[in-house]
Write a protein that binds this ligand. Structure first.
Ligand code: R5P
Length: 310
């Protein structure tokens, strides 16, 4: 892999390059007064990437608009293609727009498919993402018919964090806030040695966005500590509501929050902190400096996937 280089956003890209033991070339952001962008890869010459295998690692910045994150990824990849890279692997850890993987209401776009198609058009050969929303319904192949696409687990990094953080992690009962997250709860339970993984029942009204969550009666959580697992915390309502229900209605003693993507819309982590959690941990698929939130890195799982591919 000597000809491999990592091009990317500073913090996560740098970590991936370190894990792989290869050169890192940073992307510099440039924004024009009207908001247009022209991201620049800080190469010294085209030879830095020409005929080389390149991993392009993107990481959404904390305050960055999600459209900016997507657009600068497309633009950067098109530059790399123009410079005639050999294998062009994109690491897009937070798969933005993956949630809209269906026409939920008449007249809506299937955004997930459109974003995937543009990635294919930029000329990438492989797409790596972390715990994406689509994989549990359809698998990534459906969206990337022309290239190889991989979904690596962000739960691994969270599980390792939990094991290093608490003395007896196996004593947690692991819960997902909705049934779609049950696979992640089971994965986490396996990682930390817990024998119980379960999920609440959640329903979302597609018109109002209003969520209702129901108690699952057959799990006794009285006096127990709960580890909540989810892919995304956006408004924080799903996770905080689940914690509240488990504590106040079902009698759980304490909760801890683990989730892969800190989408964090304003006020989200305040909602989580109101539940007096044992700890809150997320990953660095998106940058975050939110108060009281610890961060485990996905650099290792992504690098392992790159090694496997090449
Ligand atoms: C939903 O299906 C996802 O797995 C998350 O539970 C959801 O995106 C969280 O959103 P919020 O934090 O806005 O409740």
């Amino acid at each position: 892999m000597s000809e491999l280089v990592v091009v990317g956003d500073p913090s996560l890209g740098f970590k991936v390059a370190n894990e792989l033991g290869v050169k890192f070339i940073q992307i510099e952001d440039r924004v024009f007064p009207d908001g247009e962008i022209a991201p620049r890869i800080l190469v010294n010459s085209i030879e830095d990437v020409k005929n080389r295998n390149v991993v392009a690692v993107f990481q959404k910045k904390e305050e960055e608009n999600v459209n900016n994150y997507v657009m600068r990824s497309f633009l950067t990849l098109s530059t790399l293609k123009r410079y005639e890279t050999k294998r062009l692997i994109v690491a897009f850890p937070y798969f933005a727009y993956a949630r809209q993987d269906n026409e939920f209401r008449l007249g809506e776009p299937v955004s997930c498919g459109i974003v995937a198609k543009i990635f294919e058009e930029t000329g990438v050969t492989d797409f790596i993402t972390v715990t994406s929303h689509v994989h549990r319904i359809t698998g990534l192949e459906k969206w990337f018919p022309k290239i190889k696409a991989y979904d690596v687990s962000g739960i691994t990094a969270l599980g390792q964090f939990v094991k290093s953080k608490v003395k007896s992690p196996e004593e947690f009962i692991v819960f997902a806030p909705d049934s779609e997250g049950l696979a992640w709860a089971k994965e986490m339970a396996d990682l930390i040695g817990s024998h119980q993984a379960s999920a609440l029942e959640k329903k979302r009204d597609v018109n109002t966005g209003e969520i209702t969550q129901n108690i699952v009666q057959d799990v006794d959580v009285k006096g127990k500590s709960i580890l909540l697992v989810d892919d995304i915390v956006s408004t924080g309502k799903t996770t905080a509501r689940a914690a509240n229900m488990l504590r106040r209605k079902m009698g759980a003693k304490k909760v801890a929050f683990t989730y892969v993507h800190p989408v964090h819309s304003p006020g989200a982590t305040d909602l989580l902190r109101k539940e007096s959690p044992l700890f809150i941990v997320t990953t660095d698929t998106i940058e975050t400096s939110a108060k009281g939130v610890e961060v485990a890195s996905v650099a290792k799982v992504m690098s392992e996937k790159v090694k496997q591919i090449l």
